[in-house]
Design a protein around this ligand. Structure first.
Ligand SMILES: *Cc1c(COP(=O)(O)O)cnc(C)c1O
Length: 398
């Protein structure tokens, strides 16, 4: 048997690769340079153009560009009216920001377990957690796969809840043909470099509701308005604007917007490549009993952000840590998405305890993310497959 690099063998890859990476071409560079040379740097026409482009991509009526995905979630939680005494249901298998936004608003995150095959929050688990205090849901399109909008939508209608979709992983994904961004009350995106398209830092909220839109616009700039009808003391003075609530400076710059507009033009290309890579991985792993392939629901036409390698530990003589380390020694630098949010010591201090979401906790013991990004070549993908198969062969109980 081939020796694992961890035990002194030759690594499958000479040059290390990570799990995600941005792709910037000359058009992106030119767009940024043009804005720097001739454009406004902030509050300029690139922001409007970007928001229009985001509406085109998502099919939403309104888009609000903000400084990052976390700011998008924060403003969405405020616009939803979450506050003291409210409970908001959220998935534990996500980046902490999905739950933190509920805390920012003064409400209480309540974690609903995931479906053990799709890794998205299970509507049946959500339903069990509804109380008279429940005000909304923050649903995460984990790894890019759409949440169960039919299931969650029904719960929201029945209990009059607001649905915020954290689509940081899911730009370009469709649910029953409708683009993510046009379905939930508000959908939040992130444009961090590891995501499918990037502006360095950046985020956005999309909505079809004009009132939510107006509120988001105002909160993005300090709670200050120039609209007479929103003022307590309307004035004709041309300089007059009025702060009517407490808001933030969560604006994106035009430099970033120019980059993102250019990136969004490549979204179909990025999406196609990501799909092709996912297919290659799925083909390689689907008949291996040691590996569990993420289930794809037929309603979701997914632009995958992450490829989750899940180990069937009953068929392997190693644990996730040993597998992760072996992959690292083969020069494939993986990452784990995610630690259940309530495992963080901050959440522990708030009183959350282990055992809350058994599917999520088991999932966490068994996973790591494989390289998935536009610039990955077929050769790269084959080397990752080769490394995984080499490690599996070493530890297999077959
Ligand atoms: C990246 C991410 C965020 C936060 O976005 P930032 O732009 O980094 O603030 C929120 N939720 C999820 C699921 C993410 O992956």
């Amino acid at each position: 048997m081939e020796q694992l690099a961890i035990f002194g063998g030759t690594p499958v890859r000479k040059v290390p690769i990570g799990y995600g990476k941005q792709y910037i071409d000359e058009d992106d560079v030119a767009a940024v340079v043009e804005t720097l040379k001739y454009g406004d740097l902030t509050c300029g026409p690139k922001i409007e153009a970007l928001e229009k482009k985001l509406c085109d991509v998502t099919g939403a009526k309104y888009a609000v560009a903000v400084s990052n995905g976390t700011a998008a979630l924060h403003l969405a939680a405020l616009a939803a009216g979450f506050g003291e005494g409210d409970e908001v249901i959220v998935s534990p298998i996500t980046f902490a920001a999905s739950a933190n936004c509920i805390l920012y608003a003064g409400a209480k995150p309540v974690f609903a377990d995931i479906n053990e095959q799709t890794y998205n929050m299970d509507p049946k688990e959500v339903e069990k957690l509804i109380t008279p205090k429940t005000k909304g849901i923050v649903a995460v399109d984990f790894a890019g796969q759409s949440v169960d909008h039919d299931g969650l939508g029904e719960i929201c209608r029945k209990h009059k809840l607001i649905l915020i979709e954290d689509a940081a992983h899911a730009i370009g994904t469709r649910y029953k043909g409708k683009p993510v961004g046009s379905i939930a009350d508000m959908t939040c995106f992130s444009f961090h470099p590891v995501k499918t398209v990037t502006s360095g830092e950046g985020g956005a909220i999309t909505t079809n509701d004009e009132n939510l839109y107006r509120r988001l616009i105002r909160l993005r700039t300090h709670g200050i308005t120039r609209k007479r009808e929103e003022m307590v003391h309307p004035s004709d003075a041309p300089w007059y604007n009025e702060q009517v609530e407490i808001g933030y400076n969560y604006r994106l710059t035009d430099i970033q917007a120019a980059l993102l507009i250019s990136q969004l033009k490549k979204l179909p290309l990025f999406a196609a490549r990501r799909r092709a890579i996912v297919e290659q991985y799925n083909r390689a792993f689907s008949d291996m009993p040691e590996i569990i392939v993420q289930k794809e629901i037929p309603e979701s036409d997914t632009v995958r952000h992450l490829y989750i390698l899940r180990l069937n530990l009953e068929k392997l003589s190693c644990n996730r840590r040993e597998f992760f380390d072996a992959l690292h020694e083969e020069n494939i630098y993986s990452q784990v998405h995610y630690l259940p949010v309530y495992f963080h010591s901050y959440y522990e201090k708030l009183g959350y305890t282990k055992g809350l979401c058994p599917n999520a906790e088991q999932y966490y013991q068994e996973v790591m993310s494989l390289p998935l990004y536009y610039a990955l070549t077929d050769e790269d993908v084959q080397s990752v497959v080769k490394a995984v198969k080499k490690i599996v062969a070493h530890y297999s109980q077959r």
